[in-house]
Design a binder for this molecule. Structure first.
Ligand code: ZN
Length: 129
């Protein structure tokens, strides 16, 4: 297992990372933990078509609109909204491994949701069991 790196290119962005993660899954283990060790991004499972990626961006852009402005201000980086989205949506998923590969459903893709980009994001992949 190991670590992969993904470059994001927008403030809010949805990136299909399925192929990168699948390539990092080694034989052995029955469950994969896919975790993003950042406080302003999330990992989700969903359809990976272009329209759905845009829908995730639209959701993240408007979900916390009514709570603005946020009090978390560090230097010039006011990213409290990104932290809240990350905490709400989640920073890891568990998936079964069958015969050395991820057991994903037909429409399931692993998506990185960026809330404070552009950034270089690390994703950790660990086998369990
Ligand atoms: Zn912050």
């Amino acid at each position: 297992m190991g670590t992969i790196t993904v470059e994001t290119h927008a403030g809010i962005e949805a990136v299909d990372i399925t192929d990168l993660v699948v390539d990092a899954i080694a034989a052995g283990g029955s469950v994969a933990l896919i975790s993003i060790p950042h406080t302003s991004a999330a990992i989700v499972i969903g359809p990976g078509d272009k329209g759905m990626l845009a829908d995730f961006v639209a959701m993240a852009s408007g979900l916390l609109r009514d709570l603005r402005p946020f009090q978390h201000l560090q230097e010039n980086n006011a990213n409290g909204e990104a932290h809240l989205l990350s905490a709400m949506i989640g920073s890891s998923v568990l998936l079964p491994i069958d015969d050395g590969s991820l057991a994903l459903g037909r429409w399931q893709r692993l998506l990185l949701l960026e809330f404070d980009g552009p950034a270089t994001r690390t994703i950790q992949i660990r086998a369990i069991g």
